[in-house]
Ligand binder design. Structure first.
Ligand SMILES: Cc1cc2nc3c(=O)[nH]c(=O)nc-3n(C[C@H](O)[C@H](O)[C@H](O)COP(=O)(O)OP(=O)(O)OC[C@H]3O[C@@H](n4cnc5c(N)ncnc54)[C@H](O)[C@@H]3O)c2cc1C
Length: 360
C-alpha cells in the first residue's frame, strides 16, 4: 500500500544475522520497510537514503540499489557489501547482517482516515489534523514520525507527531507542516482547503524520542521542527521527568513564532523541583521591530549565552535537535565541542527532495 518504488515481480526473503530472523520482502517494497513491518528493531532515521542509519551488509544474494549508496557510504563500505536498507530492493533471496542497536521494535500501523482540520500556525506553517477511520492502540513514542500518503501526491511524505501520543484523541494525529516553495505535497496542502481529503498514514517511524535520564537536556528546533520537540516535552511533563531542560527555538522573524501558549503550559507543568526554560532566537529580525529578545543563530546564541558563561554544563547532558538539516549539523558540532557525548545527541533532520540523493 505504501510501496514507494513501483512494482517488482517477485517476493523474496531476507535472512538476517545468520538466521536470527527471516522476513519476506514483498515485490515493490524495500528491505527496511519489510523489516519494520515484521516488527524488527532495525535502526533507521530518514528512510530516504540520506542518513545512513539503516546500513547493513549484504552477505549473499542480489539487490537493486534504489538510489546511489555512494552519497552516504564510503568506498570501503561499498566494497564490503554495505547497503542502505531503505533503498534496497531484492532481486533474489538474500542473507544480510545488521547491528540492531537500541532501535524500537514497534509494530507498524497502516491507517486510513481523512484530513479533519487544517489550522494556520504561522504564515508558512499549518497544523494538519488527521482523523482515522478507526481507533487504535498507540504504540508510538513522542518524537517519532508518520508517513502520509495522499492520492494526488506522487510519493509519501514524513511528518513528526506534534503532540505526545497520550495527548491526542484515540483516532487522531496532529502534525505541523511548513510550506516548502516548489514542494509537491506542501504546495498542494497550502493551495486550498483540503479538509475531507482521504489520507493513508503509516506509523510509527524513527528513533527520535526521549531517553530517560536525570541529567540536563538541551533541545533546539527550527521551523516545523517545533513539532517533535514539543511532543517530547509534553511526554516529559506527563512522565514528570526529574531533570532540567532548556529549549531554544530558532526562527527568522517574529511572524515565525508559534506554540507560545504550549510552551508556557509546559513550563508551568514541568516537575516543580526542576527547571524548564524556553528561549526564542530570531535570525533575521527586521530593523525597527519591537523584538527585544535574543537575535542571531540559535546555536551561536546558546554558545554565547550558556556555554561561554558556563551557565549550562554540557557534561553528561543530552541534546535533542529537530528541524532543518543545516541547523542540526551545526548544533551537533557545537554540543560536541562543549563536551556532550555524540551518543547522547538525538536528532531528526527534516530532509526533503532537495536533500535526498538523486531527488525523490
Ligand atoms: C524524518 C522526517 C520527519 C519530517 N517531519 C516533518 C515535519 O514534522 N514537518 C515538516 O514540515 N516537514 C517534515 N519533514 C519534511 C517532509 O517530509 C517533506 O520533505 C517536506 O514537507 C517537503 O515536502 P514537499 O512534498 O512539499 O516537497 P518536495 O516535493 O519533497 O520538494 C522539496 C524541495 O525540493 C525541491 N526538489 C524536488 N525534486 C528535486 C530534485 N530532484 N532535486 C533537487 N530538488 C528537488 C522542490 O522544488 C522543493 O523545493 C520531515 C522529513 C523527515 C525525513
Amino acid at each position: 500500500m505504501f510501496g514507494l518504488f513501483g512494482n517488482k515481480k517477485q517476493d523474496h526473503t531476507a535472512t538476517i544475522n545468520n538466521g536470527e530472523a527471516t522476513i519476506t520482502v514483498k515485490a515493490g517494497d524495500n528491505l527496511l520497510k519489510a523489516a519494520l513491518e515484521a516488527g524488527l528493531a532495525w535502526p533507521h532515521d530518514c528512510r530516504v537514503g540520506s542518513c545512513g542509519t539503516c546500513k547493513c551488509v549484504i552477505k549473499k544474494g542480489k539487490i537493486k540499489a534504489l538510489t546511489d549508496f555512494s552519497y552516504v557510504l564510503d568506498g570501503e563500505q561499498l566494497k564490503a557489501g554495505t547497503a542502505l536498507a531503505c533503498q534496497t530492493a531484492l532481486k533474489t533471496d538474500i542473507e544480510v547482517d545488521v547491528e540492531m542497536g537500541e532501535a524500537l521494535a514497534t509494530q507498524l500501523l497502516e491507517l486510513e482516515g481523512k484530513i479533519s482540520q487544517v489550522n494556520e500556525l504561522t504564515h508558512d506553517i499549518k497544523e494538519l489534523v488527521v482523523k482515522c477511520d478507526t481507533s487504535f492502540k498507540r504504540e508510538m513514542m513522542a518524537g517519532q514520525y508518520a508517513e502520509i500518503s495522499v492520492k494526488d501526491i506522487s510519493a509519501p511524505r514524513s511528518y513528526s507527531f506534534a503532540k505526545a501520543p497520550r495527548n491526542e484523541k484515540d483516532d487522531e494525529f496532529s502534525f505541523y507542516i511548513r510550506k516548502v516553495p516548489g514542494g509537491e505535497f506542501t504546495e498542494w496542502l497550502f493551495a486550498e482547503n483540503r479538509v475531507g481529503t482521504e489520507i493513508k498514514l503509516g506509523a510509527p517511524y524513527g528513533q527520535f524520542y526521549h531517553r530517560p535520564l536525570n541529567t540536563q537536556m538541551v533541545c533546539m528546533a527550527g521551523g516545523s521542527g517545533m513539532s517533535a520537540i514539543k511532543a517530547i516535552l509534553e511526554e516529559c511533563v506527563l512522565e514528570q521527568v526529574e531533570r532540567n531542560c532548556i529549549f531554544l527555538f530558532g526562527a527568522q522573524e517574529e511572524r515565525d513564532l508559534y506554540c507560545d501558549e504550549d510552551m508556557q503550559r509546559i513550563k508551568q507543568q514541568w516537575h516543580k523541583d526542576y527547571k524548564f526554560e524556553y528561549v526564542t532566537v530570531l535570525s533575521a529580525n527586521k530593523e525597527g521591530s519591537s523584538w527585544t529578545g535574543p537575535t542571531g543563530y540559535v546555536t551561536d546564541y546558546f554558545k554565547q549565552a550558556y556555554m561561554d558563561t558556563s551557565t549550562f554544563d554540557l557534561k553528561d547532558a543530552q541534546g535533542y535537535l529537530c528541524g532543518p538539516p543545516p541547523m542540526i549539523d551545526s548544533a551537533i558540532e557545537l554540543l560536541k565541542s562543549g563536551g556532550i557525548d555524540e551518543d547522547s545527541i538525538y536528532y531528526d533532520k527534516f530532509l526533503d527532495a532537495s536533500s535526498i540523493p538523486g531527488g525523490r
